[in-house]
Design a protein around this ligand. Structure first.
Ligand SMILES: Cc1ncc(COP(=O)(O)O)c(C=O)c1O
Length: 387
């Protein structure tokens, strides 16, 4: 099965869809049964049977089947947000007294969630490499959590080496693959146990949806689907699932265009005197470029630059001078976006992640690269002493 077919057709030729070119949205909160006995049987298996929207829904199921196939996993469970998927997944893997290793920088609220778990007796340690894992591992360590490329700096980890190390030490691994999408990277094939995505980014692709998913083997997904999914109640709505299905149809083509435009803009910025560093793993100067080429089939268009400044005001002024890029926190949609984390991320999280004040994150959208380059060039010229 190739990815384009999975995105466009998988699961869509079944008789219950009546040949509808867009799969219908099952907009019902519950399903009814002919007998009380049938309902009793269905309730025992709410992961597989349609009973109530908070457990399962046919439109959500279709999105899940496609996402599982794209990641080459057995099962997928969609959530109302990426954080819904992340918090439910981590909760399903740890108990009071357990310890989590966090490798590299991860999405800020993921770190905040791990801090929140401390009140239930779950601790965590941030490490920057496998040597750090060796020193920080404890007899109570259960989970190794990471992103590759990592958050904000886009550091690349050797995923097979990380999962090999974790297996040797009896740990479960969970990886956030939102940056690459399943089109450009398939971590389950490199030994990761559970893969997470915010579907709010490239998969949705149109900034009109918030959703998340976890993909992995049935032995890990099923317990999570029957407990954390049901009890936290962060269920994906069928309307959002329909948007995910639509987003998937164009995901391969959009990712090819994002890659091309992102690299063109990154290459321009790498040559600009007002830019100290461009953190884009697709550039040959990036320290993780060779590893990225070895384990990924392409690059998305979210990256960061470090402006030649130590001033928050100057970084803010750069953003304000942009005319085409819009200022906003999310990424992965049609529109190009910029954000200065020093102005929006909680200070303690910024410090933990080692994000410089002059770091600007760019999400290159699907507009013409020339337009975006011109916009950035003019804004960089205008920033105080950066000119
Ligand atoms: C890398 C990454 N993972 C997870 C999330 C959380 O996703 P959501 O906003 O859908 O909860 C985000 C959101 O920005 C993200 O950037």
């Amino acid at each position: 099965m190739d990815d384009e077919w999975i995105c466009g057709r998988l699961g869509e030729d079944e008789p219950w869809l009546l040949g509808a070119v867009n799969p219908p949205v099952f907009e019902n909160s519950l399903f009814t049964f002919r007998t009380a006995g049938e309902l009793g049987e269905a309730i025992k298996d709410e992961d597989e049977r349609y009973v109530y929207w908070r457990g399962t829904n046919p439109t959500v199921d279709l999105a899940q089947r496609k996402l599982a196939a794209l990641e080459r996993g057995e099962r997928a469970k969609c959530f109302a947000s990426g954080m819904g998927a992340i918090s439910a997944t981590i909760s399903s893997l740890v108990s009071a007294g357990d310890h989590v290793l966090v490798l590299g920088a991860v999405y800020g609220p993921t770190t905040q969630f791990l801090r929140y778990l401390e009140k239930f007796g779950v601790t965590h340690t941030h490490v920057s490499d496998l040597a750090g894992c060796d020193s920080a591992i404890r007899s109570s360590t259960r989970l190794l959590y990471f992103e590759s490329p990592s958050y904000m700096r886009y550091e690349v980890f050797d995923i097979a080496a990380v999962t090999g190390w974790a297996r040797e030490h009896g740990l479960v691994t969970a990886m956030d693959n939102t940056w690459s999408t399943p089109i450009f990277q398939k971590p389950l094939t490199l030994g990761v146990d559970l893969v997470l995505h915010s579907l709010s980014k490239y998969v949705g692709g149109h900034s009109d949806l918030v959703g998340g998913v976890v993909v992995g083997p049935s032995r890990l997904i099923r317990p999570l689907a029957l407990t954390e999914y049901q009890l936290y109640g962060a269920a994906m709505s069928p309307h959002d699932a329909a948007k995910v299905i639509k987003g998937l149809r164009t995901l391969p083509v959009r990712m090819a265009a994002h890659q091309e435009r992102g690299l063109a803009v990154a290459a321009f910025l790498a040559e600009h005197p007002a830019v100290r560093v461009v953190n884009h793993p697709g550039l040959s100067a990036h320290p993780g470029h060779a590893q990225a080429k070895a384990q990924m089939s392409g690059f998305s268009s979210l990256f960061s630059i470090e402006l030649d400044t130590e001033s928050r005001e100057e970084a803010a002024e750069f953003l304000d001078r942009l005319r085409h890029f819009r200022i906003g926190v999310s990424w992965g949609g049609f529109e190009s976006l910029v954000n200065v984390p020093a102005l929006s991320v909680e200070e303690s999280v910024r410090a933990t992640m080692g994000i410089p004040v002059g770091l600007v994150r760019l999400s290159v959208g699907l507009e013409a690269a020339d337009t975006l380059i011109k916009d950035l060039g003019l804004a960089l010229e205008g920033v105080g002493r950066l000119a």
